[in-house]
Each structure stands twice: as C-alpha cells, then as structure tokens.
Design a protein around this ligand. Structure first.
Ligand code: UD1
Length: 361
C-alpha cells in the first residue's frame, strides 16, 4: 500500500492536513502531490508552515489558468506519478480542479480513489465546483460523506463506489486543533463583521459584486460594526477592474493564516461569506453566518440555525443579516462531527473488509 494525496488549493491544504497527520502518525507509506493551483505564499506555503505539513514530494507548479487548461496540465504528471511511484491509493478532497485531476488520473489507472467530503451538492451548475464534485463522486471507489445529508445524496445517485458511513468533516478536526476552547458569548465579541468573497459567480459580475459590497456596508453602518475583509486575489483584482470602492465601514485586510481566520470568526458578531469552508467553520465556532449565495452545499448549517441563505441582492442580504444579528442563542449543535473524521477515514482505508476493486460500471 502506497497512498498518494493530491491537493492544490487553500481549502484542500486545510482539510487534508488532519488526514495527512493521521497518515504520518501511523507511518504509512505516502506520496504527497501538490498541484500548486494556489501558489501565493498567503494562499499556499503559509498553511504548510502553520499546520506543520511535510513538504510535497512532487510539486506540479501548475498555477492559474482556464479550467480545462489548468486541469489538463495536472492530469499527465499525476498519472505519471501514480505509475512511477506505484501508488495504490489516491486521496482527494472536495471539489477543486486539483481534486478532479487527481481523481480522474487515479480512476483511469484503476487505483483506489478516496474522496474526502463526498456528496455535497448545490445543484447550481454555474459553479465549476458542482461539476467537479459530481464527477469525482462518480469515479471514486471510496466515498467519505461528512454528514447524513451528503450520504443520502450519494446513495440517491447510486454512485458505483463504496459509500462509507458519515465521517464528519475533517475541517472540525482542524478547527479543534487551531481554535480550541468554548464559544465566545455575544457580549464579549468584537464589533466586527468578517467578510470573504471569492466565488466567480459573485465576483466576476460587476453588478452583483457592487450590490454585495454595498449591502454589507449598509448593514455595518446600521449596526456600528467594522467589516474585516481579507480579500482573495481574484476579488481584489475584480474590484479594481470594475472601479468599485469599498464603503466606509469596510476595510481590506491581508489574507489570514488558518489560526488567524478562526480567531477572527470566533470573535466576530457576524460572518458574511460565499465560502463553503467559512460556513462550516463559523457553524462550529458558534458565529452567526450570512451566506452570500443563491444556493448552498452546506444546508446543515441552515437547518441548525447557524446561517441564512441571503442570495446576492441587497434586500435579501440586509434581511438575512438583520435576522442573524438578532440571534441570541449561539448554542446550536454543529452537524459536522466531533473531530475524529480523519481517523475514521484512514481506518476505513486500512480496513481489510473495505477493499473494493476499482470502480466498475
Ligand atoms: C479555487 C477552487 C474553489 C475553492 C477556492 C478556494 C476550483 C474550480 N475552484 O477557486 O473550489 O473554493 O479555490 O480559494 O478549483 N490567484 C492568485 N494567487 C493564488 C491563487 C489564485 O492570485 O495563489 C488568483 C489568480 O488570478 C487566479 C484566481 O485567483 O486566476 C482564481 O484562482 P483559481 O485557483 O483558479 O480559483 P479559486 O477562485 O481560488
């Protein structure tokens, strides 16, 4: 057994870090492939340093590009590495182009492909991630849904691989390590809103981006809150290109390390975001969240009362923010597990009973 792990973006580094730690703790034979889809220090190396990850065994230096181009550039070297290194397993996470390339290369070579965070759906096909995650789910041999909802999606779609019992989300493993301690009560919180935006379906459209920023500014002014905005490079570029200036209460902040971002989330009055990861993290940390999207792939956070789906128009955003700022009981039960997801995933991959051949149709 020789386990390949393929990652390339900030969320994959964060969510696979506990899986890697589990693999290291058991001294399993592994080979870490980094596509370098994310490459700026703030998006990449800082997380390797902070989370004390081993250096990649292979870095593909693929960088940015159009979707097909980026995914294509990853595919050939990952395929070669799987063969040359004799990898028996390929672990991928989530829904990025790096994850798709890793899963596709592994599945074509009939290796055991494990998909961490399987079964999420937004049913919004404008999202490149929706296509990626559906494809990954249908070609993986081991699927690890984080929640019962995701498990039901996979069985409902009759995916050919082995659907494991809900493992919890590995983000909880990471959050508990980097933000231990109890939830901060409302009265002790900072007078801040934490905002992040990066989804192309939001930031690539001038009217949507302008509308979101103005609505968040309005909420901040009405409640005397300051907005901390660690902006993704794509978002900064679009704001400049469209000539959108930030309203007075919103200030750019540098991109944060994982620990810093968790601390900001834990102490903010409100999180406003289009990120799936932040939606999960804020739910775990007990911080109310407004989801700046028209669909969400994390419905569990809404069901427990931790977040509201706002859409991307002013009225919806302001109404959702008002509702979430009025929430007094931050004691919801978070639905993403108890921090043992990585252990369960590695256990399942090692279990002799779960040894399916490559996926067959
Ligand atoms: C990718 C993932 C998305 C994930 C997100 C986290 C896909 C399809 N999307 O989206 O699922 O939620 O990462 O951030 O894989 N850029 C830099 N420096 C970097 C990386 C990117 O400046 O280190 C800029 C480039 O202009 C690039 C743009 O950001 O073109 C977008 O990067 P890309 O990796 O294509 O997609 P993300 O939006 O980051």
């Amino acid at each position: 057994m020789r386990i390949g792990i393929v990652l390339g973006t900030r969320p994959e580094i964060i969510k696979l870090a506990p899986v890697l730690a589990e693999i290291e703790a058991r001294s399993l034979d592994r080979f870490l492939i980094h596509t370098n889809q994310h490459y700026d220090w703030e998006m990449d190396a800082q997380f390797f340093e902070e989370m004390e990850l081993p250096a990649p065994d292979l870095n593909l230096h693929v960088g940015s590009g159009r979707h097909g181009e980026q995914t294509g550039k990853m595919l050939a070297p990952i395929e070669a590495a799987i063969e040359d290194q004799g990898l028996t397993h390929v672990i991928v996470q989530g829904d990025t182009n790096s994850g798709l390339a890793g899963a596709l290369a592994g599945a074509k070579l009939l290796r055991r492909v494990a998909h961490v965070e399987a079964g999420l759906r937004s049913y919004d096909m404008r999202m490149p991630e929706e296509l990626n995650r559906r494809l990954i789910d249908h070609i993986s041999s081991d699927l690890f849904p984080p929640t019962p909802t995701a498990h039901a999606v996979l069985t409902g779609e009759s995916v050919p691989g082995l659907v494991h019992e809900p493992s919890g989300n590995t983000v909880v493993d990471a959050v508990l390590r980097y933000a231990p301690g109890s939830r901060v009560p409302i009265e002790e919180r900072d007078p801040t809103i934490l905002m992040t935006l990066h989804r192309p379906e939001n930031v690539d459209h001038e009217a949507i981006l302008r509308g979101i920023v103005e609505a968040v500014g309005e909420v901040a002014a009405a409640h005397d809150l300051d907005v901390v905005f660690p902006a993704h490079p794509r978002t900064r570029e679009r704001l400049e290109r469209f000539g959108i200036s930030l309203p007075p209460r919103i200030e750019f902040a540098p991109l944060k390390s994982f620990r810093e971002l968790l601390a900001l989330q834990a102490r903010a009055r409100l999180v406003m975001t289009d990120s799936g990861g932040l939606q999960e993290e804020s739910c775990v940390l007990g911080s109310p969240c407004v989801v700046l999207r028209t669909h969400t792939d994390r419905p569990e956070t809404i069901e427990v009362g931790a977040s509201r789906l706002a859409g991307v128009e002013r009225e919806g955003i302001v109404a959702a923010a008002e509702e979430m700022l009025a929430v007094e009981d931050l004691g919801w039960e978070q639905p993403f597990g108890d921090g043992s997801a990585s252990r369960a995933i590695v256990d399942a991959l090692l279990a002799p009973t779960a040894e399916p051949a490559a996926v067959s149709g």
